[in-house]
Design a protein around this ligand. Structure first.
Ligand code: P6P
Length: 327
């Protein structure tokens, strides 16, 4: 499709092409996610001007201080998506439990899992941040969403994506038919097709890991990073998952947030960070693993469970896995 196609038109044509019998629910859901993204983008870009910066007294359920923009992003996704009639429930990094779509709204057949604003510690220093979302078809049949609707393996996602609020705002998503990127034109408030059928290069020359944790790493990770340095690879680490992921998706490379002696499960969350990005990267011909197990095959046990994440170019990830096996 020609560059500059609007997201709405692209979604409708993709639905026609891939889901002849679709009801359009899913297309509607993605379109509303895009609307939420535009609203959040406007606030993120103005945060320096409006008093949204600085810390809010409240802490989120992980004991992390919540920036006001985190709250705003969380509320925006909930508000924009609840009235669509496509959802039965929402899980968010900012909420301890399941958010049930109120009875005042029509209820749908999907559940949304979202990290409303990842990398919030970077807001104050004007570094790119992002929203990450994952969509599953509900499994329960009752009047409300249940935990089983959310604790599904990443391979069963029917859609996933992220929005990066950077030098421009982009929305990148996949519904299982390739990865497509749209860039927001704020002058008309439309996401326009800018990257159709994104594929990550099979091998990159960038490794992305927080070397501040080097003394905590396993011998396998140490071996792999030393090996990358010997090849003259470039180190790039923004400290904002969506920014590091997006750069590697476009240029090739590998991002690692492994488990270590202090945090055996690493820091990143499975359901609304690792799994959606793993869905995207596999659709883009890349790989995502815990180090010895594909991210998408993990059967989740808890809503906010953490998981070690190694994700990026297929050959780089395979090499990292071999290092971890001691090869
Ligand atoms: P560290 C941001 O806080 C975040 O959740 C991700 O966006 C990012 O990849 C990671 O944490 C950075 O963590 O420990 O390297 O500062």
């Amino acid at each position: 499709m020609e560059l500059g196609t609007t997201l709405t038109r692209f979604l409708i044509e993709q639905q026609r092409k891939h889901y002849p019998k679709a009801t359009g629910d899913f297309t509607g859901l993605l379109a509303e996610i895009a609307t939420a993204a535009k609203i959040i983008s406007r606030e993120v870009n103005q945060a320096g001007l409006i008093d949204l910066l600085g810390y809010k007294g409240r802490q989120n359920i992980h004991g992390e201080r919540v920036q006001k923009l985190d709250d705003f992003a969380n509320e925006t996704f909930i508000k924009m998506l609840c009235h669509t009639g496509h959802l039965i429930g929402i899980a968010s990094e900012e909420l301890e439990g399941i958010y049930q779509v109120p009875d005042t709204y029509p209820k749908g057949k999907y559940v949304l899992l979202v990290d409303p604003l990842d990398g919030s510690s970077n807001i104050d220093v004007n570094i790119s941040i992002g929203s990450i979302f994952s969509i599953h078809r509900r499994k329960s049949t009752g009047p409300e969403a249940t935990m089983e609707d959310f604790l599904q393996p990443g391979r069963d996602q029917i859609g996933a994506g992220y929005i990066i609020y950077g030098s421009s705002t982009m929305m990148v998503y996949s519904t299982g038919f390739g990865v497509h990127g749209f860039t927001l034109d704020p002058s008309i408030g439309e996401f326009l097709l800018s990257h159709e059928n994104l594929r990550i290069p099979p091998k990159g020359n960038i490794f992305s890991i927080n070397e501040g944790n080097a003394n905590l790493w396993s011998d396998g990770i140490k071996r792999y990073i030393e090996g990358m340095k010997k090849t003259g690879a470039t180190a790039r680490y923004v400290g904002s998952l969506v920014a590091d992921f997006h750069r590697n998706l476009l240029k090739g490379g590998i991002f690692l947030y492994p488990g270590d002696s202090k945090n055996p499960q690493g820091k990143l969350r499975l359901l609304y960070e690792a799994a959606p990005l793993a869905f995207i990267i596999e659709q883009a011909q890349g790989k995502a693993t815990t180090g010895n197990h594909p991210i998408l095959d993990i059967k989740p046990e808890k809503l906010h469970q953490k998981v070690p994440l190694i994700i990026g170019s297929a050959e780089d990830v395979k090499q990292a896995e071999a290092s971890l096996r001691g090869q």
